[in-house]
Design a protein around this ligand. Sequence first.
Ligand code: ATP
Ligand code: MG
Length: 354
Amino acid sequence: MSDAPIITLQDVDVLFEEKKQEVHAVDHVDLEVNRGEIYGIVGYSGAGKSTLVRLINRLQRPTSGTVTVLGDDMAKLSAKELRDKRHKIGMIFQHFNLMASRTIADNVAFPLRGTMPKDQIKSKVDELLELVGLSERAKAYPAELSGGQKQRVGIARALASDPEILISDEATSALDPKTTSSILTLLKSLNQKLGLTIVLITHQMEAVKQVCTRVAVMDAGKIIERGSLVDIFAHPQKQLTKDFIDTTIQLDATLTALKLQPAVQDLGPGNRLVRLTYVGDTTDQPLVATLYAEYGVSANILFGDIQSLQNTPFGNLIVVLTGAADQVEAALTYLKQNDVTVTDVDLEAVGGED
Ligand SMILES: Nc1ncnc2c1ncn2[C@@H]1O[C@H](COP(=O)(O)OP(=O)(O)OP(=O)(O)O)[C@@H](O)[C@H]1O
Ligand SMILES: [Mg+2]
């Protein structure tokens, strides 16, 4: 088997004409998704994420550019070839689109009608419900299920045709954090168990952090930044990317709370309020101890948080550094040399808009 990307977009544009207004929904996008990965596409509402993924199953045709999926140029497929191709591309959405008058089992069986004998459909449905942890609810109706369970039905239905690619368009956006996490865990296990390639569209960086191997950030139709999950968290280049990362530590709320702390009320000239961010090995180093031992700079930790980017630590500290000005500078240089990102924190700017 070749290791060519399973999905390739080459210089793709999508233009919409709306009341004489032109909307450049997808703007010169190149994208490669490899077999077996979970690729996250993050962006705010209107960025063009849904339009981008609809290109993959040709629900949307590009205005220009080429979309290649599983080795075929999507523009060149006949109607029958397109139908076959779409069986290889499952899709799940924020709204589960379940048929209210049919049982869970019938909802999952629906795309299988006519493709195999009835008893085979039944065992396939049993297998799919087992896979998503819903065997017990086969005879229930959608109205009797929680949001998370409904999404599990959506996933089982999307997997009915044994797709190689699953597109998830904001599939967890309507769910609470705990349910979101359980659905993401399910997607990750399907990725590992079935070798399923997943394209995960979301505005929640938290979701990306939990399951994606690579991520692209989209803004106004363009991919403005992309890379491995760890690289993006370690060295974000664009402000929008930084903002998305900051949501994972609830930075706004943290800084608002910090403003109330006596330690930051009147920072004198010998004090500097900074945020230290690190990804990976740096976490193991006794940074704070070194600052004092080597530079005589003390660090008063006001906030500390460590998360896991799928087994790579991602740490954030907000500290007041106290010491002689030149020693503080030297300490900051030492930190940067050790791959710690240092950002000055300006509490005056926090919550200024409301
Ligand atoms: N069929 C259409 N006709 C005209 N304009 C469209 C059409 N579909 C999308 N657009 C426009 O294209 C832009 C991108 O829309 P899209 O739905 O792809 O964004 P999105 O990132 O998925 O947003 P959301 O997070 O809200 O789902 C928007 O400005 C939208 O209004
Ligand atoms: Mg969308």
